[in-house]
Design a protein around this ligand. Structure first.
Ligand SMILES: [Zn+2]
Ligand SMILES: [Zn+2]
Length: 263
């Protein structure tokens, strides 16, 4: 069985409280070697660390402040940054990335100035802690790509749940970053997303679920979980005109390289 890695999940959600062990066991049984859980604020970043401790060597963590949570004062942001940095220092083996961070004008939950301040501050956090970055972006692709080009020189990361145009996917690749597509790439009306995926070389693709959100087409509307990313991988195999094994082995190698995960 070809190894797989779900590089973006939120298994700390209470939707998994009843059967989290079973969800992880299903993933292991189907060849998944790791799941990276992604924090959205201090509390959920802590929960990602708890999952890393509960499933050692299988679950890893990213810690960060999501743009939708960025409506905070400068003093509050300083406290949040200190807490996140403390997590990296206290749990260096568990924390594989800073994220998810970025810009989101779709939900409009935080003023864009606050989002950009938190985003730029966390790019610097990634630089200080020598961690890759997990980008969340929704309806702000030109602005997000511009900030990365401007402020993240020498850093690397992934644009998770890519939702930009094919030209923006090309730009992300030009920046030297990875691009990850969630289950929505498999939806019938998502041809523009598949056109964007076609522009991303295999060596820059990652696999993700964004569990519990965005279950791929055969499971659409249900709670998403790591094994369902095999459906997303099947869509990517069609788009890239290759086979499922090639998608899995390549995205697994890519994830190990970016997040420095054990082989
Ligand atoms: Zn996201
Ligand atoms: Zn997410």
């Amino acid at each position: 069985m070809t190894a797989a890695i779900d590089t973006h999940a939120h298994l700390y959600f209470d939707k998994f409280d009843a059967d989290r062990d079973a969800v992880i066991e299903r993933a292991r049984t189907r060849g998944f070697r790791h799941v990276i859980n992604i924090g959205c604020d201090v509390a959920t970043s802590m929960q990602c660390l708890e999952l890393a401790a509960a499933y050692p060597g299988f679950c890893y963590a990213a810690v960060g402040l999501h743009p939708n949570e960025a409506k905070v004062s400068e003093a509050e942001l300083d406290d949040i940054l200190a807490a996140l940095e403390g997590m990296v220092e206290a749990h260096p083996a568990a924390v594989r990335a800073i994220g998810e961070i970025g810009l989101d004008t779709y939900w409009d939950r935080a003023p864009i100035e606050d989002q950009e301040r938190a985003f730029r501050a966390q790019i610097e956090l990634a630089r200080r802690t020598e961690r890759p970055i997990v980008i969340h972006c929704r309806d702000a692709w030109p602005e997000t790509l511009a900030i990365i080009a401007d402020a993240a020189d020498g850093l690397c990361g992934v644009f998770h749940c890519f939702g930009g145009t094919p030209a923006e996917a090309v730009r992300a690749v030009e920046l030297g970053w990875f691009v990850s597509f969630a289950g929505n790439v498999s939806y019938p009306k998502a041809q523009p997303l598949r056109d964007a995926a076609r522009e991303v070389p295999l060596e820059r693709l990652l696999l993700e679920t964004d569990s519990p959100f965005l279950a791929p087409q055969p499971k659409r509307g249900q709670r998403n979980e790591p094994v369902y990313s095999l459906h997303t991988a099947a869509t990517l195999a069609e788009v890239k005109e290759t086979d499922l094994d090639t998608i899995l082995s390549t995205t697994t190698a890519n994830a190990r390289r970016l997040f420095q995960l054990p082989g």
